[in-house]
Write a protein that binds this ligand. Structure first.
Ligand SMILES: O=C(O)CCC(=O)C(=O)O
Length: 281
């Protein structure tokens, strides 16, 4: 497994999506920015992942929800603070600000670590089916902690499937073999147009809340680990009353979890935000 990042060490200053990257996000619903982690940062995060897995015995590693929040999954602050620092990185916020606008909320994160040979399937879905955000809007940053490709079950997606800005029906299908408890109907997934979100370790992709995506079980001999960070614009409301269950394996605790304002202003005033705008990068 490679531990060599494909990028130079992160430099201070703003990270930018190029015009072509912005266009790809608008057209395809997913973009792989040229910006990524340096080798030392990647090594640190992979160590943090190992500590997190060691601290959560008995939990499926595809479904470690919100490791940035103390107490979620019984994680200690010594671990959660470091995941929170990843979620609040200035360069990541610079990237998502370009697609969400200047008012940025951190409302969730998840480790999707599929062990070699045993990783669960992530059924075809649109994120927005599961999430109590109104108006519906979120940009997910998927950060590769291993090299991920078709062989070790990288995320699959249908480019352009986000463009209708509608949610397709999802059928309830709770299963111990699956990381989510609902799946889109087969006729609504255009399998002829599927692409692979292949990324070298340290790289990330950004995807839209309406994008059709999923992933297969990991049948390879290589682990497939990613850390996903969920950002929404503070012009939307995270409605804690609309809490629904997303996963057979994980407690999402939508009603009580801390949700953080990271940049700009809270325009709805209804979510109940923790102000982290002054947190040092
Ligand atoms: O990592 C995966 O396989 C799925 C991730 C996903 O569904 C998401 O980030 O929204």
């Amino acid at each position: 497994m490679s531990t060599t990042a494909a990028f130079d060490d992160h430099r201070p200053g703003r990270a930018r999506l190029s015009a072509a990257e912005m266009q790809a996000y608008r057209l395809d619903g997913l973009v792989k920015p040229a910006h990524g982690l340096g080798a030392a940062e990647l090594a640190g995060l992979r160590g943090l992942l190992e500590e997190t897995l060691a601290a959560t015995p008995g939990q499926r590693p595809e479904s470690l929800v919100c490791p940035h929040i103390e107490g979620m999954g019984n994680l200690p602050a010594a671990i959660t603070d470091r995941w929170l620092a990843v979620c609040t990185r200035a360069d990541f916020l610079d990237l998502v600000e370009q697609v969400l606008g200047p008012d940025v909320i951190l409302w969730g994160s998840q480790i999707f670590c599929k062990p070699a040979g045993t990783g669960l399937r992530v059924p075809w879905h649109q994120d927005g089916h599961f999430w109590p955000i109104r108006p519906l809007a979120t940009c997910t940053l998927w950060l590769a902690l291993d090299d991920v490709d078709a062989e070790n079950s990288a995320m699959l997606y249908v480019p352009g499937s986000q463009r209708t800005r509608t949610l397709f029906p999802h059928a309830d299908q709770p299963s111990e073999e699956s990381a989510l408890n609902a799946e889109m109907l087969p006729g609504d997934v255009d399998l002829d147009r599927v692409e692979v979100d292949a990324l070298p370790a340290g790289a990330c992709s950004l995807h839209d809340v309406y994008l059709v995506h999923g992933s297969e079980p990991n049948r390879s001999a290589r682990r497939r680990a990613g850390f996903v960070i969920r950002y929404m614009p503070a012009t939307s409301h995270f409605d804690r009353e609309l809490a629904i269950s997303t996963s057979p394996q994980a407690a999402t605790k939508f009603a009580e979890r801390p949700i953080y304002l990271l940049r700009g202003e809270d325009w709805t005033g209804k979510t109940g935000l923790v102000d982290l705008r002054d947190r040092p990068a």
